[in-house]
Design a protein around this ligand. Structure first.
Ligand code: ATP
Ligand code: MG
Length: 432
């Protein structure tokens, strides 16, 4: 579990702001659910045979002897909330969430025990088109953030019946080669054989190259649906690759499953994963409700963004990491001046101006150096003389021009001058 210091937090906020605007334009509304749920929700919603439920959950008994779990993912909670508050009776729902998730995994680059996701859940939609709309939401968000070198992989997991047939076929094929499987996969043969396809073990992966695929086992209807998804992706110009081994970690997926990976991330390459989960709402005791969703990992996204910002200092990813300088830096020294500077600072802030007040009491020269470094386009200077005569001296820091002396009694006039300044240090660099 890691701390996010101000510099990183700034980047996170920038990503969140882009996401929020992206979802607003797409008519996707934010939902916020508790971090803590009854364990039962995840056991039923994610599946007992999964790694997440089997060995990654932070579960404990609360003081009322109830088993509680820190949420390991967002979908089950969103579905619970939608059921509990009757959202499912109000037509299709497009919801997004962002926040921390908890999984007891081995920490490594791109893998933490508290990590963060941004996710989307579209409830009550069943068409192939809705799959593609959801995928495009993820793809376009990543593009808007300036992430490059992404690859979209898709697969179809078909219907539960398709998977039942395939499961039998796969198990038979693997049973005959049991001794070539890693220990984990041998165990999954009985608990969750489809997950073997997702094994990270090299030898197992090599063996699986010749295994029967789920795609070949799809019913004609499922195959046709999948063809439609692909045609629509083509129509939108979103490139993709078929990955017949993509099964996703959670049990409730069917039909379209997808992942978006980056070549920048090494072993933890998946930035975003999602798919259709038509069975989940019913599994959790709600009315049969088709649904599709995805979640992207913030930590991995930030790793990719940092790489993109380094590679292209003028690109969208680099813009995200820039901090906004204050609009004015207040340089002040002397007992009377410091008191006046505090009240000027406050009235400018109340008027909507971003103000940095130098609180050091240091020599003017030192304060001016800090003012320059802050990137503020203006310094507001108050010394004993200004304090005594009730004025402030506004000094442009980023462009040529004389000082302006204005009465402290007229903050509106001060604001007008400040807002006539170039917006950022970058702009004025360009002007020069
Ligand atoms: P992985 O195979 O990498 O463990 P997953 O299939 O368990 O991923 P999902 O449950 O689909 O992951 O979660 C969606 C996204 O959340 C992942 O693609 C990844 O970006 C991110 N994510 C999942 N687990 C972690 C973690 N422990 N630390 C950081 N990010 C994570
Ligand atoms: Mg995992």
């Amino acid at each position: 579990m890691v701390d996010l210091l101000p510099e990183q937090t700034r980047r996170w906020q920038a990503v969140e702001a882009v996401a929020r605007d992206h979802f607003r334009r797409a008519g996707v509304e934010e939902i916020r659910t508790p971090l803590l749920e009854v364990t039962e929700l995840f056991a039923r919603g994610i599946g007992e045979g999964t790694d997440v439920v089997g060995k990654e959950m932070y579960s404990f008994l609360d003081r009322g002897e109830r088993s509680c779990t820190l949420r390991p993912e967002g979908t089950a909670s969103v579905v619970r909330a939608a059921m509990q508050h009757g959202l499912l009776n109000q037509g299709a729902q497009k919801l997004w969430y962002a926040g921390p998730m908890f999984r007891y995994e081995r920490p490594q680059a791109g893998r933490q025990r508290q990590f963060h996701q941004i996710g989307v859940e579209c409830l009550g939609v069943s068409s192939a088109r809705s799959d593609v709309e959801a995928i495009a939401l993820a793809w376009d968000l990543l593009a808007a953030l300036g992430v490059q070198g992404l690859e979209l992989e898709i697969n179809s997991l078909g219907t539960p019946e398709d998977r039942q047939c395939y499961r039998a076929e796969l198990v038979a094929w693997l049973e005959a080669r049991r001794d070539q499987l890693d220990a984990d996969s041998q165990q999954r043969l009985t608990t969750n054989p489809l997950r073997i396809l997702d094994s990270k073990n090299k030898a197992t992966q090599a063996l699986l190259a010749d295994a029967p695929t789920l795609l070949e086992a799809l019913s004609p209807e499922s195959a046709q649906r999948f063809a439609q998804v692909q045609a629509l992706l083509h129509q939108l110009g979103i490139p993709f690759k078929l990955n017949t081994r993509l099964v996703r970690g959670l049990d409730y997926y069917g039909h379209t499953a997808f992942e978006i990976t980056s070549d920048q991330l090494g072993a933890q390459a998946t930035v975003c994963g999602g798919g259709r989960y038509d069975g989940l709402v019913e599994q959790l005791g709600g009315p049969a409700t088709p649904a599709i969703g995805w979640a992207l990992g913030m930590e991995r996204l930030l790793l990719v963004l940092e790489a993109a910002a380094k590679a292209d200092p003028a690109g969208a990813a680099a813009q995200l990491t820039m901090s906004a300088p204050p609009e004015v830096y207040v340089v002040n020294r002397g007992e009377a001046a410091e008191a006046v500077a505090l009240s000027l600072t406050r009235s400018l802030r109340l008027a909507g101006v971003a103000v940095e007040l130098d609180g050091s009491g240091a020599a003017f020269g030192k304060q001016f150096k800090r003012a320059d470094r802050s990137g503020a386009p203006w310094a507001a200077v108050i010394g004993d003389e200004e304090a005594a005569s009730g004025v402030v001296c506004l000094k442009p820091l980023l462009r040529e021009g004389g000082d302006q002396r204005l009465p402290l009694s007229d903050p509106a006039a001060i604001v007008t001058i400040l807002h006539s300044a170039p917006k950022s240090s970058l702009e004025s660099e360009e002007e020069r």
